[in-house]
Write a new protein. Sequence first.
Length: 94
Amino acid sequence: MTGRALQAAGIAWLSLGVAVLGSVFASYGGYASGRQFVNGMVAAQHVGAVVLAVVALLALAIPAMRTELAGEPTGTVGEPVGKSTGAVPVSTLG
């Protein structure tokens, strides 16, 4: 996926989450009184916490991504890998 596709998917999930939590709030509470407001907020927070916990457990189940491919040379930070670009380090320019 490209960066723009990931951004669009993230926005869609965020919008869906706001809609779901808003409907939970409306089902369990409202704006008529302070007590109704608190009831709706508490219910929405509980649903949000459960969803967050499930997603965190799913994220922990994803295997770690491998950063190097088998057989490819790896180097340390600042060490060129592969063909030389012909660039001269600044420290040797004198």
